[in-house]
Design a protein around this ligand. Structure first.
Ligand SMILES: CC(C)(COP(=O)(O)OP(=O)(O)OC[C@H]1O[C@@H](n2cnc3c(N)ncnc32)[C@H](O)[C@@H]1OP(=O)(O)O)[C@@H](O)C(=O)NCCC(=O)NCCS
Length: 234
């Protein structure tokens, strides 16, 4: 079903020049006092706030205050309990404060873009938020299709006051180690066209831009398109 989304996106495939070999060694850490570790249940509130500040706050196109409580409820439940996704989430801690989050995902066959839980909560969303959540979640799942040996970076976000200090660097370096330990050979991600800082961060870590996807705003949380980037793990 997710392949239906191909009708709503224009894709430019960039030339794949194998002689171009971006640096694969991670940048030298700039802030050695920061600890990178897996998320614990106690971190849920901090993690949620960082994700909200990093992403949802910018998605005014899709969300408003009324939708916020439902987004919170949904994301808090994601990380609670035995079967939570916490072992896919890394946090950066400094002075007992969580300053950054990075979520990875390893390949899962039959990945669904809607869980029963999300459908249940969607019914409480204002109509426009509901529509854009359905169209954008579907599009993102379509654009992130991947091979069995391919992991993906689902999100990386750093507290506004702590940006530019290398925390994003450290989170990504650790995320790549985790992907290698889980026998992944490559890692991919999508990043919106306007996110210059993030794209620079990924390029520094050896990501190469494979494709440019252009779509309607309602299919990508109010933005016009994204880059698909990939890094080979060695
Ligand atoms: C992208 C992001 C995670 C980078 O985290 P970070 O800890 O600032 O990353 P780094 O310190 O390793 O640096 C990233 C680059 O952006 C620059 N940068 C990032 N934020 C900056 C800021 N607020 N002011 C100045 N420079 C900044 C850094 O100087 C660095 O570039 P350079 O090394 O070429 O000079 C962070 O900007 C962020 O949380 N953005 C909002 C969420 C987001 O867009 N995530 C990516 C989605 S795909």
């Amino acid at each position: 079903m997710v392949s239906l989304f191909r009708f709503f996106v224009k894709t430019i495939v960039l030339p794949n020049d194998d002689s171009f070999n971006p640096s694969c060694s991670a940048p030298t850490p700039r802030n050695t006092n920061v600890t990178i570790r897996f998320m614990k249940e106690d971190d849920i509130d901090h993690v949620h706030k960082l994700i909200y500040k990093g992403f949802c706050e910018k998605w005014e196109f899709a969300y408003n205050e009324k939708a916020y409580e439902y987004i919170k409820f949904f994301s808090v439940n994601r990380y609670k309990g035995e079967h939570s996704k916490r072992n896919d989430v890394l946090v950066a801690e400094f002075d007992n404060k969580v300053l950054g989050v990075c979520q990875i995902s390893v390949y899962k066959p039959n990945e669904k873009f809607f869980t029963l839980q999300l459908i249940k909560h969607l019914s409480n969303f204002p109509l426009w938020s509901m529509i854009t959540t359905i169209t954008s979640s579907g599009m993102v799942t379509y654009l992130k299709r991947r091979d069995p040996d391919e992991a993906s970076i689902e999100l990386v976000t750093v507290d506004e006051k702590a940006r530019g200090l290398g925390i994003g660097d450290q989170l990504l370096t650790k995320a790549h180690d985790v992907c290698r330990e889980r026998n992944m050979n490559k890692v991919s991600l999508i990043v919106v066209l306007s996110n210059v800082y993030a794209r620079r961060l990924y390029e520094r870590h050896g990501y190469r831009t494979l494709k440019i996807h252009i779509t309607w705003k309602m299919f990508l949380w109010g933005t016009e398109g994204c880059y698909k980037m990939e890094k080979k793990l060695n």
